[in-house]
Design a protein around this ligand. Structure first.
Ligand SMILES: CSC[C@H]1O[C@H](OP(=O)(O)O)[C@H](O)[C@@H]1O
Length: 355
């Protein structure tokens, strides 16, 4: 087994990011010293994955204000301007907004107007978000394991793995825990066109962990399911709406439809910061559209006419009625999601909500 790749690290007063655009061919870490560096890393997907984007954005916001000199009012005005700048990087993963708004609120609620103390508080909050993410993912893994069995096969889409988070991943968290406990299981990883997070990232991280992973193209998922090789489909998420509709990497809805057809449970691994009760349904989730050359010219090789029309939504929305359960660090949520997701956030949240 190889040592785990570390997607994000705060080191020597800089944000060190694993450049995920060069994997699996090159393992390259880059220091991000400014908010502009972080904004660019998020936009070009050197750092990607909803939780990882949130952690990176939190550090980025700190980097955006740490050199400011001036009074409290100018500091707070700069902080809010830098928050809006980062908010313009990628629109779908709600974790980005959740993280930067958490830092702004920390400063607003602080009982000091000393800007050096406020800067220290912001860095502390970013480090807390980073640390919390690890524990959230481990708990998601524990909760998902209660739904899985030794000896089974699992399918996942895109990369909701350790590389998309601070550690463990969300959808992949149970795979790491199951491996630690000696389970015998297989993972089928969709390559996930057009950005290929499944082949470049999921296959890499699971193989390095010694997990039995088989790479398939997205259009092989139906065949694999029809052959009885998959007993559960587990995916990540970028935003869960209040009714349970879930935005995730493009192609996820197709996996959910296939799972329904073959009678296979479809689980969404969802850290609670990815659940957005302020967004009523999937129809209101902003879906990022990305550069057309991601589809026609991956890795510098044209695979289509250069001027062909291209539609490249980076996410789709899986309707709640295709989701068996939304598995969070606080517990497992079943339908009716509108009602049960709210309970998750109640003071006396139950571990299993709904079934
Ligand atoms: C736990 S990662 C969540 C989510 O983020 C990925 O999108 P991207 O690679 O574009 O940042 C993918 O949708 C994962 O499932």
């Amino acid at each position: 087994m190889n040592e785990a790749l570390n997607s994000i690290e705060w080191k020597n007063d800089a944000l060190v990011l694993l450049d995920q655009t060069t994997l699996p061919n090159e393992i390259r870490y880059e220091e991000n010293h400014t908010i502009e560096d972080v904004w660019d890393s998020i936009v070009v997907m050197k750092v990607r994955g909803a939780p990882a984007i949130g952690v990176a954005a939190a550090y980025g916001l700190y980097l955006g204000v740490r050199c400011h000199e001036g009074d409290y009012e100018s500091f707070m005005s700069l902080l809010k301007a830098k928050r809006d700048y980062l908010a313009g990087s990628r629109p779908t993963a709600v974790n980005l907004f959740w993280a930067i708004d958490r830092l702004v609120q920390k400063a607003v609620d602080a009982d000091t107007k000393d800007i050096e103390m406020l800067k220290a508080l912001l860095l502390e909050e970013a480090q807390l978000i980073h640390k919390e993410d690890e524990e959230i993912n481990r708990m998601i893994g524990e909760n998902l394991l209660t739904l899985l069995e030794d000896g089974q096969g699992f399918l996942t889409h895109c990369n909701a793995g350790a590389l998309a988070t601070a550690k463990y991943g969300t959808a992949t968290a149970p795979f790491y825990l199951a491996k630690e406990r000696g389970w015998n299981f297989k993972v089928y990883a969709d390559e996930t066109r057009p950005r290929l997070q499944g082949s470049t990232l999921t296959a890499l991280e699971l193989q390095r962990a010694g997990i039995d992973v088989t790479l398939i193209t997205d259009n092989m998922a139906a065949m694999v399911m029809s052959q009885g090789k998959v007993q559960a489909a587990i995916v990540g998420c970028d935003r869960v709406a209040a009714n349970g509709d879930t935005a995730n990497k493009i192609g996820t809805m197709g996996v959910a439809i296939l799972a329904k057809h073959f009678g296979i449970p479809f689980y969404v691994a969802a850290p609670t910061p990815t659940i957005d009760l302020a967004t009523p349904t999937g129809a209101e989730i902003p879906i990022e559209e990305r550069d057309t050359e991601e589809v026609t010219n991956r890795f510098g090789q044209w695979s289509a006419p250069k001027d062909v029309q291209v539609y490249n939504p980076a996410f789709d929305v899986t309707p709640a009625d295709l989701i068996t359960a939304i598995v969070t660090e606080k517990g497992i949520v079943y339908a009716p999601f509108e009602e049960n997701l709210k309970k998750l956030f109640a003071e006396d949240a139950q571990h299993v909500v709904g079934k």
